[in-house]
Ligand binder design. Structure first.
Ligand code: NAD
Length: 414
């Protein structure tokens, strides 16, 4: 069973590379991260003690532009996971035509067990440690699991303090007040919704009343759920790390967001039945949106999946074995590098706006995002059809081809 994310990412790469005529040397290079940094650093805790934390920042490729990718705060953060997530960022940007390379970072920690002051100390020190790589022209972090606008504000401030002037373009996913972009908060979920609408059309399922189950109700899952509901779908179940709620008639997702904000979980939402995460994945539904973490569907539970479409809001939610099984079963999978690329697209808009100090309207942002997601979806679908491959392989073929072409045209230095 392949649960090592980096091994899974390399396996996907090898599968796609077989369809491409790229130089074996270039292929060998693209299987590896370009550079990786491990930092061990001390943080002063509230009780006066000093605790050592470990963090990473990995750049997979900078062939298409500055490296871009989120920062994860989670106890399971590892160098191998960070490598995989960085590689997927390269393919994500390339497949959507965003002029960035791929990166990822993270700190091994349980953010919910730290006070706000401890988190701020940790974030400012980590930002300083990775500042040998991070800068607005070269490497631009963003939020991921366990981080959000608050952490991005601390990073932007730390970097700016070291430089003596404000540098908003050093991170994206910032609060609006300091140069964040309208639409960024919902962008990843909006992209999940937009690609899901295209997949429903492809499968000739009408959106009105389509039954959707959503695993993970965080920055990606919650907007994906309410935006899809607002297009007419029925969100029959949602879950978070503590459990889930189910209502065959459809949950009121915006109210559920308020409930989750107040109680820290969707559990206990009035009028809905409880459902376990394991059962949610097995619900009979039109779309299963996987918006939590990696490796959620494995060889063990794949045979029980009864969804017709899987939307990968999360990165790597299927193991390679589960992926193969579900493709054979005929499930339409919207692969992560396409499905959740709305976040990096609006991060790119935020960066462009920050560099120009000129800000766009929310309608403009949402419309540009729609164009990127729909174009990406159709380019991947066309290639999948032409080469008779699954959507994931098609998205990687498209991306690898673009990155390899950039590398070939740039040439090998010196
Ligand atoms: P988040 O921390 O805001 O939300 C994660 C959600 O998943 C939470 O509701 C959490 O309770 C839930 N969860 C965790 N473990 C679970 C489990 N075992 N079962 C059910 N739910 C569980 O994180 P996020 O930013 O929403 O990221 C989710 C996924 O989307 C990650 O894979 C991330 O890499 C990916 N992603 C995020 C963005 C972004 O812009 N935030 C962009 C692209 C991809």
């Amino acid at each position: 069973m392949t649960t090592n994310l980096y091994a899974a990412a390399v396996q996907q790469f090898d599968k796609a590379a077989r369809y491409l005529d790229i130089d074996p040397g270039l292929a060998a290079y693209l299987r590896l991260p370009k550079r990786e940094l491990t930092v061990n650093f001390p943080v002063e805790m509230d009780d006066g003690s000093v605790r050592v934390f470990t963090g990473y920042r990995v750049h997979h490729s900078a062939a298409l532009g500055p490296t871009k990718g989120g920062l994860r705060y989670h106890p399971s953060v590892s160098l191998d996971d960070t490598r995989a997530l960085a590689m997927w960022m390269t393919w994500k940007c390339a497949v959507l035509g965003i002029p960035y390379g791929g990166a990822k970072g993270g700190v091994v920690c349980a953010p919910h067990e730290l006070s706000v002051r401890e988190l701020e100390n940790l974030t400012r020190r980590y930002a300083t440690e990775i500042s040998v790589l991070m800068n607005p022209q070269g490497d631009i972090p963003a939020p991921d699991v366990g981080t959000g606008e608050r952490e991005m504000a601390w990073i932007m401030d730390t970097y700016s303090m070291h430089h003596g002037y404000s540098v908003p373009a050093v991170v994206t996913g910032k609060p609006l007040a300091i140069g964040g972009s309208l639409g960024r908060r919902e962008a990843t979920g909006r992209g999940v919704m937009l690609t899901t609408l295209e997949a429903l059309k492809r499968k000739r399922i009408t959106i009105k009343g389509a039954r959707i189950a959503v695993q993970g109700f965080g920055k990606v899952g919650a907007p994906a759920a309410y935006l899809t509901q607002e297009r007419g779908a029925r969100i029959v179940a949602v879950s978070d790390a503590q459990g889930g709620v189910y209502h065959p008639g459809g949950l009121a997702c915006r109210e559920l967001v308020r409930h989750a904000d107040q109680h820290g979980t969707v559990c206990g939402y009035p009028g809905a039945e409880p459902i376990s995460n394991a059962d949610l994945l097995q619900l009979e539904c039109d779309v299963l949106m996987l918006c939590a973490l990696e490796n959620q569907i494995t060889a063990a539970n794949a045979p029980s999946v009864r969804a017709r479409i899987i939307a990968e809001g999360a990165n790597g939610p299927l193991t390679p074995e589960a992926d193969e099984f579900l493709i054979k079963k005929g499930v339409f999978i919207i692969p992560d590098v396409l499905c959740n690329g709305g976040g990096v697209s609006v991060s790119y808009f935020e960066w462009v706006q920050g560099l120009q100090s000129f800000f766009w309207t929310e309608d403009e942002i949402n419309e540009r995002l729609r164009q990127i997601m729909v174009r990406g979806f159709h380019q991947v679908s066309r290639l999948a059809h032409k080469k008779r491959v699954d959507n994931r392989t098609a998205s990687q073929i498209l991306a690898i081809e673009r990155v390899a072409a950039a590398m070939t045209q740039r040439g090998i230095y010196p």
